[in-house]
Design a protein around this ligand. Structure first.
Ligand code: WT7
Length: 633
């Protein structure tokens, strides 16, 4: 069994071993899984390429480890517990045996439609069990899944499908989110109309049953394709470094990039971190409220928990439907033991009524997790007092799409916690802080740029179709280090606190967006001459989107124009990227070489007007006064 650390000494011992003998440490963990062929070499690496290979020569299938491996000992244990959007809807569950059968059926259906090892399959679905089943079915036959969050627009979906050159889209008819019903299949149709030439077929899961259009020969119902298939399907034996999935995420420049994760290392690390960060025990009910469209859902709803033989809950709905007690009602109903959510949800629920959690029996909760963005002290304290009753340790887990699994966290009940601090690196994670010249800050009580010095099994291997970009973004800022893009401080006792992004990435309600991406969308409007987007402090979302826009003089009605801009962004990216504030300006502060001074724009948006720094060297210093005066509150 994968190591579960139980004591502080145990943590130190594991950490020390993972640094002094990383290959030995991870080989011991890897040996607890089912491999059809053992690896020849634990690790091959250089950060210059980058070239990262874990467990080379090893052959495995991750679904045999998620499913088949548990059948003898946990066949009748619930693997997936499903809580629907509607509060009166029936919860559904799949035991490990049932899940295994459903995954095999779906895998056989994919094969029958010509999907084979290496083909890319895009998912655009709500949080229903079929999403997890479909993802695992891909992994079963060696197809590469790429899940696109169902809040992205048709254009964003088409961009991802085309970048991945996917052969198939799997979607639902409609998606229920709170009181809303969203026509998911219609969005897929729109994406196809934009142009997705690589797509040969779609598979449509009937979720609400309301009418949709199916194009003969192209669109197929899930139930016709899947339900009658055999419940057994041999697991394709994958090389450890074969691709498992692509997940698109935003960067500081250009279009979202496809982060590539591979089979062996991702399996070992997500299982290890799941067992240790959550201290999952055999009878526990674990609930992560993320969407499988993000990495959190991949690693800590699907793979990590199933690899560990856990009961993992999938929730279709939203935190505030039918009311702001929903999360706690679900925790009470299913006696949830580990609860994992995002600071934005905590802040939103806290704002709806500080005492709402006390209307529910939350005594089952043993561990509370947070992820996705820095958690402010007020939200931390509320979570601790009102939800955890000061008895459940809080784990503030820092990690990224690129890291595949949790990197820095408290181990609950084992290492200590401190509000707003993620605290200690996981075994295997050699975190460090650098100054801007790349010099490592070796003391404690320092602030710097967060980097990782040594490979870990679930780290990014490449960005799909563009290895140079992977090198440039993560491995070229500093020599021989993985650069996270985050700033952090380390306190006197070695605990890490993540401050936030130091690049042009913003974090809106835990959703990652590139400022350039939002600007590109805004610039699609014919009357926009130029725009600059920055993140600005927002009470609930963490960061809001503040856009500065130069328009042509043809624009008469400014309010109408702002509405049009918001619509353009929703169309190009999706509702999550809609600007909160749009300030119309006659110019943008620029350097003499023509670069927009975002630092100044960020400060103005944050109302830090007194310390804008020296603006006299700008190309157009006079514009700063105008922008300051027009600031939107
Ligand atoms: C960025 C990665 C990893 C799952 C969800 C987000 C920020 C993430 C924390 C945390 C402070 C955090 C960082 C990071 N972030 N977790 N516990 N405390 N900041 O994944 O979309 O790839 O975003 O989210 O800025 O770089 P992602």
């Amino acid at each position: 069994m994968t190591l579960q650390i139980k004591t502080l000494e145990g943590y130190h011992k594991a950490y020390d071993q993972s640094v002094n003998d990383p290959e030995g440490f991870w080989a011991e963990q890897a040996a607890t899984f089912t491999w059809s062929q053992k690896w020849d070499k634990v690790l091959d690496w250089d950060f210059k390429g980058p070239n990262i290979k874990w467990f080379t020569g090893g052959k495995l299938n991750i679904t045999e480890n998620c499913l088949d491996r548990h059948l003898a000992s946990r066949g009748d244990k619930i693997a997936i517990l499903f809580e629907p959007n509607d509060v009166n809807g029936a919860a559904k569950s799949y035991t490990y045996k049932q899940l295994h059968a459903e995954v095999c059926k779906c895998a056989n259906a994919l094969k029958a439609r010509g999907i084979t090892k290496g083909d890319r399959v895009v998912f655009y679905m709500p949080m229903v069990p079929e999403l997890a089943i479909g993802v695992l079915a891909c992994a079963r036959i060696g197809a590469v899944h790429s899940v696109v969050f169902a809040g992205f627009s048709a254009q964003a979906l088409a961009d991802r499908v085309n970048d991945a050159q996917a052969k198939m889209i799997i979607c639902s008819d409609y998606n229920k989110r709170g009181a809303k019903t969203i026509p998911v299949k219609k969005v897929v149709d729109d994406a196809m109309a934009i142009g997705c030439d690589s797509i040969e077929a779609t598979l449509v899961h009937r979720n609400t049953g309301e009418p949709i259009d199916l194009e003969a020969g192209r669109d197929h119902w899930w139930h016709y394709e899947v339900d009658h298939r055999s419940t057994s399907c041999p697991a394709e034996q994958m090389d450890s470094e074969d691709m498992l999935f692509i997940l698109y995420t935003s960067g500081s420049t250009g279009k979202p990039k496809g982060v590539v994760h591979t089979c062996g290392g991702y399996m070992v690390y997500t299982c290890f971190t799941f067992k240790n960060a959550f201290q999952y025990q055999e009878e526990d009910i674990y609930w992560c409220t993320a969407d499988i469209g993000w990495i959190t859902g991949h690693s800590y709803i699907v793979y990590g928990p199933l690899l560990a033989g856990a009961t993992t809950m999938m929730f279709e709905g939203v935190p505030t439907y039918p009311d702001a007690g929903r999360f706690w009602q679900v925790c009470e109903k299913h006696k949830v033991n580990q609860f994992y959510t995002a600071p934005t949800a905590i802040r939103a629920l806290m704002a709806k009524g500080e005492d709402i959690p006390s209307q529910y029996d939350l005594s089952s909760i043993k561990v509370l997790g947070t992820v996705g963005e820095p958690i402010n002290e007020e939200a931390w304290n509320w979570y601790n007092k009102k939800v955890g009753k000061e008895k459940a340790p809080i784990i503030d887990t820092w990690w990224q799409t690129e890291t595949g699994g949790i990197m820095i966290t408290t181990l609950p009940g084992i290492t200590d916690q401190k509000p707003t601090y993620a605290c200690y690196p996981m075994p295997g994670i050699q975190a460090c802080l650098l100054d801007k010249d790349g010099v490592e800050l070796t003391d404690n009580d320092v602030e710097g740029l967060l980097c990782i010095k040594f490979p870990w099994p679930s780290m990014i291997r490449t960005t799909y179709g563009d290895h140079a970009r992977c090198k440039q973004v993560y491995f070229s800022t500093f020599e021989d280090k993985y650069f996270t893009g985050d700033g952090a401080r380390r306190d006197a006792d070695g605990r890490y606190r993540i401050i936030g992004r130091v690049d042009d990435v913003i974090n809106v309600s835990g959703h990652r967006l590139g400022t350039a991406e939002v600007e590109n969308a805004i610039n699609q409007h014919p009357e926009v001459i130029e725009s600059a987007v920055v993140g600005s402090p927002h009470d609930i979302k963490g960061q809001g989107i503040y856009a500065y826009v130069i328009t042509s003089d043809k624009v008469g009605d400014h309010d109408e124009f702002r509405k049009e801009l918001i619509a353009v962004v929703a169309k190009e990216i999706g509702p999550i990227a809609k600007p909160d504030k749009i300030q119309l300006v006659s110019g943008l502060p620029k350097t003499r070489s023509g670069k927009i001074m975002r630092r100044i724009l960020r400060k103005i948006a944050a109302n830090e007007l007194s310390n804008l720094g020296d603006v006299s060297t700008l190309l157009n210093p006079e514009i700063v006064e105008e922008v300051k005066k027009g600031r939107l509150v």
